[in-house]
Design a protein around this ligand. Structure first.
Ligand code: SF4
Ligand code: SF4
Length: 198
């Protein structure tokens, strides 16, 4: 922008500050917020990060686009914990992503036992089932490629993961958010082997 416009001030963000990026993206026509509460872009789907530049310059802007969810309810029907309590409303406290990433130093309630499938860090089910994601393309970004060593781990390797192995496998990974103890708790929860006492 500086090359084309001249001197200006600003900052860029990608999930890196408490910016209401989804609301701004909706207002600026990057997509609509679907019944699963994700921003969906026609022809692209919803598997992406929203990035923003906040600058001290008034720019031309686009308006919001329409909502293309129509009569579809696939995300509501597929959510294993009924966290999408009504169209466009996700109860964060019922979402697998909340339990497996945000819930710190606590046990996962037994009321949701058996509902997580094999999700031990986050959940994408309501995006996986969204018909608009048939347009999404796998990223070519090297840093987002699956680490081959992870695909080689068996269920028992996961269950017996040590702090040392965790540190090695998840260096510079978002899994640091849940931490070793959190990941152990999640693995034990989904494999039905109880939960460590916190
Ligand atoms: S991320 Fe998973 S648990 Fe959360 S609302 Fe979507 S389908 Fe439900
Ligand atoms: S699954 Fe259907 S209802 Fe849910 S966000 Fe996608 S299009 Fe909308």
């Amino acid at each position: 922008m500086q090359a084309n416009i001249g001197e200006l001030g600003g900052r860029c963000f990608v999930d890196s500050a408490p910016v209401l990026d989804k609301a701004w993206a909706k207002k600026s026509g990057l997509g609509w917020v679907g019944k699963n509460a994700n921003l969906i872009t026609p022809g692209t789907g919803s598997f992406y990060f929203i990035a923003e530049l906040i600058v001290d310059l008034e720019l031309d802007y686009d308006g919001a686009i329409r909502d293309y969810c129509g009569t579809c309810t696939k995300c509501l029907d597929a959510c294993p914990t009924q966290a999408i309590t009504e169209p466009y409303v996700v109860d964060g406290s019922k979402c697998i992503s909340y339990f497996t990433i945000e819930l710190k130093d606590q046990l996962i309630p037994q009321s949701v036992a058996g509902q997580f499938g094999s999700w031990v860090f986050g959940c994408d089910i309501c995006q996986d089932v969204c018909p608009w994601n048939r347009f999404s393309k796998a990223t070519q970004e090297p840093q987002f490629q699956p680490r081959p060593e992870l695909n080689q781990l068996s269920v028992s390797d996961w269950q017996e993961i040590t702090h040392e192995v965790f540190q090695e496998l998840f260096r510079q990974s978002p899994l640091k958010r849940t931490g070793y103890e959190g990941l152990k708790r999640n693995i034990q929860f989904v494999t039905g082997h109880g939960q460590p006492q916190s």
